[in-house]
Ligand binder design. Structure first.
Ligand code: ADP
Length: 192
């Protein structure tokens, strides 16, 4: 099964992707994690993308389309994958459809985690209060910017996938375990 986890920054996509990996063995393909790994390793790609991530801007479509394509061809994705943070633009979604079609596969389901902006902001503030190591883009100011980018570039995908009949929405403001069980209930309706 190929699943897209969709939602605004900080909605809990990564948390649920990790739970899905443990529960269903579907690898988590997070473009954000891949880009942060490239930055930490100081690769040319990382060097090229660091300033964009720090500012909360999107990296160019071709960059993420390329890394996701390479990652998807690794053997652990034979049974499908959970796409987390990808696609984020219409051209990325079209490229994903084309990539899967070329392999005789398709997106089975797009799960939207719906979370209001105020809740996203209060989550960042809580993380700051709690201390610990935060991402460089995990500040209220950068989150506001990432939200603007989300509404402009990414939210149009809701209609894109709704028209394909693939969109299901869950309440991302519920406690983590409740989001997990809402997702499980939706997945049980998808033919294997
Ligand atoms: P979030 O918690 O905001 O969902 P991610 O870890 O998914 O964060 O992404 C962090 C940053 O990585 C984004 O703000 C953007 O700069 C970059 N990025 C991740 N995925 C993509 C993508 N599909 N297209 C463009 N940029 C991306």
């Amino acid at each position: 099964m190929n699943l897209v986890l969709f939602g605004p920054p900080g909605a809990g996509k990564g948390t649920q992707a990790k739970i899905l990996k443990d529960a269903r063995g579907l690898p988590q393909l997070s473009t954000g994690d891949m880009l942060r790994a490239a930055i930490a390793a100081g690769t040319p790609l990382g060097v090229r993308c660091k300033a964009l991530l720090d500012k909360g801007e999107l990296v160019p479509d071709e960059v993420v389309i390329d890394i996701i394509g390479q990652r998807y061809d690794e053997p652990d994705c034979t049974g499908g994958a959970v796409f987390d943070g990808f696609p984020r633009t219409i051209p990325q979604a079209e490229a994903l459809d084309a990539m899967l079609a070329a392999r005789g596969r398709k997106i089975d389901l797009v799960l939207e985690l719906k979370v209001e902006d105020e809740v996203l902001l209060s989550r960042v503030e809580a993380r700051i209060k709690a201390g610990g190591v935060l991402r460089s883009d995990d500040t209220p100011e950068t989150l506001k910017h990432r939200l603007g980018v989300y509404y402009k570039n990414t939210a149009p995908l809701i209609d894109f996938y709704r028209r394909q009949g693939k969109l299901k929405t869950v309440d991302g403001m519920a406690p983590v375990e409740s989001v997990t069980s809402q997702i499980a209930a939706v997945l049980d309706t998808v033919p294997a």
